[in-house]
Design a protein around this ligand. Sequence first.
Ligand code: GDP
Ligand code: IMO
Ligand code: MG
Length: 416
Amino acid sequence: MANTVLVGAQWGDEGKGKVVDVLARDADIVVRYQGGSNAGHTLELGPDRYVLHLVPSGVLYPEKLCVIGNGVVVDPLELKQEAEALIARGIPLRGRFWVSDRAHAVLPFHRRQDAARESGAPIGQRLGTTQRGIGPAYADKAHRTGIRMGEFLRPGWEDKVRVRAQEHGGSDGKEMVALLREAAEFLRSFITDTTHLLHEQWKKGKAILFEGAQGTMLDVDHGTYPFVTSSNATAGGASTGTGLPPKAIERVVGVLKVYTTRVGEGPFPTELKDETGELLRRRGREFGATTGRPRRCGWFDAVVARYAAAVNGVDCWAMTKLDVLDECEILRVCVAYEYEGCRIETVPAEAEIYAACRPVYEEFPGWKTSTSSIHRYEDLPVAARSYVEALCRLTGVPLGLLSVGPDRANTFRLAL
Ligand code: GDP
Ligand code: IMO
Ligand code: MG
């Protein structure tokens, strides 16, 4: 398999976890490059369901290496819990799961700061974060006051944590240190120089799958700022977030839902606040994998997808959740926006302008047939294929994989 970056092409929750799990069969290594436990990646195998926040979605294949790269922010307490839960379910981690010593730690005061900012912000300025401390941890990294995972391997980190806790206005430094000591003890055998490890593997010709978290429209540079996360979720982040150079990346796969969802605040031109939105939420089980919040649902936005294709250099799409549209009479696809009487075909930089954009729709007939028990692309109803092919035409990117259900088995691999 070519070294592949798998990136969310919308506002997150596109089904990246499922697609990584499918593609990981042909990879040797799966590496997360950004984000933290704000991510919630769901894998379903028959009756077994796994929701991963930090551990890469290749973990269900016992022979694959799984790496948390330097660009990720790691909450040691959450990682310990997640790793222990996986081990308890019979999934081995020792000797094949690694955490970068350069990755920054998310500490309890970061989470507190995140929550306080959200509850203290006036309505309209709230971001609707996952309250996992992501923004404050990346801010400390940029301020050069962060604590990195490698520091937990050496004596003396406790004092630094106490000082930082005080600086962040916390008074529970002692308790925090005790909790962190347990997590650090548990994690120490997993922490290593993953940049070196990845380079060794790359030199040996091993196939690397880079697992993006969040999505293009949540990227701190390219998303709907300030309603974004604090990292580069786009394909470029795969290099800075792992230490592998851009030339190590041979292919980019964009993951797209065949409709759109967003969780948290911020502009969303094709949002449906009516019964169709409700239908998508119910059929798509659109409730956050991390916070349980209902996701906002709407029609497919080809302007967003085209933008994501450009920013990431997408070679092919992995489209998910076609089955969710099975009951729809008609489908709408946003092909452009209207802003102050003008038609625009790009994503504006300003969130305020974006919020005032109205979608221009094209309509497509629904198929009103269940697709989730179909096993071959050719056997899909004609209207379903026409819809998928229209999304490819409107975005100028071919289809690599199509998913018609949450299980590994509900997947058509066309060119992936
Ligand atoms: P991620 O964050 O991009 O990994 O996506 P999430 O796991 O947060 O959300 C995607 C949800 O859709 C999960 O519950 C998946 O099990 C589910 N899912 C993925 N692909 C499909 C599909 O083709 N059809 C249906 N019905 N569900 C899917
Ligand atoms: P996965 O990897 C969907 C959203 C939050 C909020 C904004 C900022 O599962 O696709 P943060 O906690 O990151 O500071 O929140 O980003 N958000 C996500 N939305 N999927 C995610 O991850 C997300 N991670 C963050 O809802 O709007
Ligand atoms: Mg998710």
